[in-house]
Structure formats: structure tokens, C-alpha cells
Design a protein around this ligand. Sequence first.
Ligand SMILES: [Zn+2]
Length: 509
Amino acid sequence: MTRAVNLFKVKILSAYHLKEIGERCKRVMNRIFTNILAGVFGIIAQHSLSFEIDGSKWIGAETDFYVDISGISGTGVLWNMAFAQAADEWNATTVFNFNLIQSSLDPCSNDGLNGVVFSNNICGQDFGISDVAVTVQRFERQLLGPPALVEADIFVKETLNFDIYDGANIPRGSYSDRIDFKRTILHELGHVIGLNHEMINPAIMQPKYGDIYKLRRDDILGVNTLYGGLANCSVQSLRLGVTEGKLALPDCSVKELTLGGEDESLIDIYKFSVAESTNFSFSVASNDVESVIIIADSELNYLAQDSNTTGGCEADLQLSLGAGDYFLIYNTFDRQVKESCGLEGAYQLSANYSGSSSQDLGSSVSLGRSRSTATFTGNITANNGVTFGNKFTPQESLDIGATIVVDENHRGRDGFLIVAAVIGQEILLLNDQGLFVNSSSTSGQLISHLEKNLDSLEVIRIGNNIVPAELGIQETSVDFFVGYGLSSEPNEVYFHDTPLNLIISPKIN
Ligand SMILES: [Zn+2]
């Protein structure tokens, strides 16, 4: 994240011109209409894909647009219909989606709603002499990357002679002064989405009104690039317990994720899902990296963060999350904050939870790579199932269990159940006496916990009323795995890719 944060809103007027008179671009900061001539384009280097984006975009790649323009064009098409066709063209060819709502509103009101009007001015400001239409955008500062778009209104210059037609611009004759409303809207909706003017390639986003009346490859790639930042980064699944990580190239940067701004600080991204309201405790220990933790939803709304730079390099965050998909973003700053903590290096991420959900143990895997549809969940409780979690104190009395929904093709067949506990480099297997034995003492032989005819649902009790302190355990981290196999294939075991994690620690957080 960036070290200095300015909280301001920006407003840009992007005009579509009848003649090529250069870019007119006004920025309005702090909602005071102070015009700063910001963008006079000079010579732009030639490159094949040259759509212009600065990274500002709508969170979630969609927005509602309020449109209700009464009347009909000279060629007999309703203005509303042409607007809808233009919006549909963006919807059909890009990842962005406009939801049109047939209702008119005041585009000059700072209400967070997008509207369109025929008008002879832009909220009191005059149109430029060659302007066809202007889009006014409002932005909101984001924790990472450039500000997000939060409102965009389109003003169409009512003094011009608009009509609706496809094809080349009408050069002469009695219709020569007619301007196509649909391509005008198509262009302005490009600004609404977040595209700037394209100066080189054929595109509806060229600043000059002309013969292009449909979206071109450059327009479509521009939108899909602007909204495709997550694909630039590798995303790992978050595991409960401790994950060893390293912030270093070729990790993704904030700039690669958000496709704008100048923040080149590195990020690691972890995804996780929450089935029902759950309390999480995340912490990061590092000797190297000034750590920042950010929690975002699946649309990259930034929900919570710890960017505190006092103390050591560490970060921690406790929060409650409802059902949904989330990202944990591990980040640092774009420049060094203090001498003792840098911007790259190793870190240890701890993720712990407490809630009414069991632990989802991820996808089904197998020793021999056979496929199965089996699903696995695990649960550890210190209060008879009122709540579950993965982190407990040594004094708590724990019940540890797992359930397997057995693959349909394996039900009713003779098989066996296996339970393993991984502690550091050691693998312990639960034998039929209910005792864990070290796998190194079994000369590589699998030990089954139980041999039985497989039911559709197998409920495994790994341990009941276990008090770690009574076993002399004050602090440990255990990853449990459960699995099953068929007697006909004794070397094939179906299990899960995400361990059932248990942390014992005297520390509460
Ligand atoms: Zn424009």
C-alpha cells in the first residue's frame, strides 16, 4: 500500500468532439470546481495494444444506469432503445455489465447514481464548441491502487442535430449535420466503464467523432484488461494454522492487481470461503517485512486491514466474517517505513477461527491419483459442538472428529478407514486400538484405524476429551488427515488436500 494517503474525490470531464481539437480534460478535486488542464496529449509511442486506462474502475465490474429519454430519432428509433443497444454491446463483448433502469434522475446531483440527459450545459458549465457529449465521473479513494469509480453521468449536447444510424458518418447532403446518438453513447459508456481516449488504434474511444460506430478490438481489450487484474496474480488457498510465505519477486505487485497507480509493493493473495458467520484471527510474524494484512471480499472491496507500523514488523487482525468468498492480501508499503523492517522477505502467517462451522477440508485427492467425489469435513470443539475452531489452550478438553461422504461407487463395499496426524516431519497413524503410532516404526505399511463395509457417511472420532496439558503438551501444531480405501485396492487411499488443523497454544490470540 502507499505510505501517504490523500482522501479526495476526483471528477473528470471527458468530452467527445466533433473536430480534433486535442483533449480537454478537467479534474475537480475536493469537489471544488477548480479546473486544472491536465491532459494535453503529445506524441505517443507506437504499440499494438494501446487502449488507455489509469486503473480507475467500478468495484464488481458492473453498475446500474438510469435512463429515460423520451422521444424518437428522425430514423424512427427510440432514444432509450439506442441507449440500451449501446449498453448491450458493452455487456455482450466485455466482462463489464450495465444494468439499465428505466427512470430519469438529475445527473448533477452527487447521489452515486448514473444518469444521462440531453442538455445545453454541464451542471452550469458550458460545453466546448466542438463537444458532442461529456461524461462526468466521480471517484472514491481505495486502500490499494487508484480510486474507484462511484458515479458517472452523461451530458449530451442538445443543440446538435442527433439521429440514429449505423455506418460511416454522413458526409454531405441534407443529413450531413446529423450526429449518431448511439455511437455517441457507446463512446461515453466507455468513459463510464473507465476507459480514456485511444489516440492510435481504431476504437470507439478515439476522441474524435467519426465513422466508427461499433466497439473495436482495442475497446474490448481495454475493458477486459482493466477488470482482469486478479488474473495477473497467483492466488493460493488459505490454510488454517501456520503458512510459511515469502514476499519476493516474481510475486504480483499492487500495480499489477489494480492496473493503475504507482504502488509497486509486492502482494501475496490467499483465498478462502466462509459458510456461516465466523470469527477469524490472522497474524503475521516476520523479521524482514513491514507487514500489512488486508481482508477483501471476492470483488476486492477492502473490508479490514492492519497497516500499523509501530512496534516490530508484525501485523494482526481479528474480525468476524459472514458467509462468502474472501481474499487475505499480504502486503507491505511502497517504500521503507523504518530501518528494522524491509519490503521483501520471509513471513509466517497464522490463520485461526472460531465459529459454528466445521473445517472444510478442500478437494478430494488420492495416493494413487484415482478420482473420487468423496467430500471431507473436520471438527474440533471444546464445548461439545457449540462452537468449533482450530486454536485452543492446553487446558481445554477437546473432541476431535471428521466426517467423510463416501463416493457413491465405493458405498457398500469392504474397505478401511485411515487417520493420520502430521506434527512437523513426523507422521502418526491411528491404529485399531485408538493409539497413534509413528509411521516410521511400521516400515512403510499403512495402518488402518478400522476395517468395515463402507457406509455413505463415515463419522470418525479421532479423539474425545483430550486435555493437551494432561499429556504434557503446552504448545504444538498438528495437521490431521482422514481417508478411506477399498479392500480390493489396499494401496489406494482417498483423502483431502486441506488438513484438519489444530493449534495448541497458551496464548489466546
Ligand atoms: Zn471521450
